[in-house]
Design a protein around this ligand. Sequence first.
Ligand SMILES: [Zn+2]
Length: 280
Amino acid sequence: MPELPEVQAHAERLTADYAGRQLSKFVPLTFTALKTVVPAPDEAYARPLEEVGRRGKYLLARFEPITFVIHLMQGGRLSVDVKQAAKPRGGQARFIFDSEIPPWLLTEQGTERRAGVWCVSSDDVLGSPPLDRLGPEADRIEPEELVERFRAKSMRLHGFLRDQRCLAGIGRRLANEVCHRARLSPFAMTGKLGLDEATTVVTAIREAVAEGLEYERSRDDMSSSKERPGRVHHRAGEPCPVCGDTVRAVEYSGYTVNYCATCQTGGKVLADNVTSRFLK
Ligand SMILES: [Zn+2]
């Protein structure tokens, strides 16, 4: 899933190429692509794109008076639609601009079909669904606020990092990377973490986001998950780049927690849900 660095760099690319271009039409390609009824997309027609911004993992295509809030979910992409096929594979919606520049095509591969577009008044984008329930931006939070949030809802650190109501912008990959950089167990209970640990987590988030952003800004298009930089995510069985121990995996139905026992758990192997293939 694209996370904060991928979405941010993509927003910057789209702004550079499309700011000032007029929208001529928004075309949903499925019944589920447009998640809102009012206001209507046509209020943005013949208006110039002001910018593409980001909040959490959402892209915000700002026009006056409305903003399109776009969520890519797991396998979604918002691409420059050079081919303009009549029935694009996985096609969800198209944003057609003035004739000199190709449309954007929102696609979602796979079967989840949860990517979509919300049309929201530009006056209150952040206070309207779906953005109104998001926690603070992950790379902006300070340790004092984070430790308060840790205490308010004690849960596993990995789950906390991925919960968009706790912090916005982090997904499965960055949660693995942040826990590893912070040398904390992904299963550490947040209610037991103090200001020192919160400070460590804040630093880890900022470093992991900066690394991702630097890579993503070097590209012309959004990376695939396998291409993204990292130390433990999707690296089960490989040596930890810090200590050389083997990166381990705890598998869940929808995602995998990767960690290094030596760096993060004092050597303890996290047992629940483990598939034994990477263990002795
Ligand atoms: Zn290690």
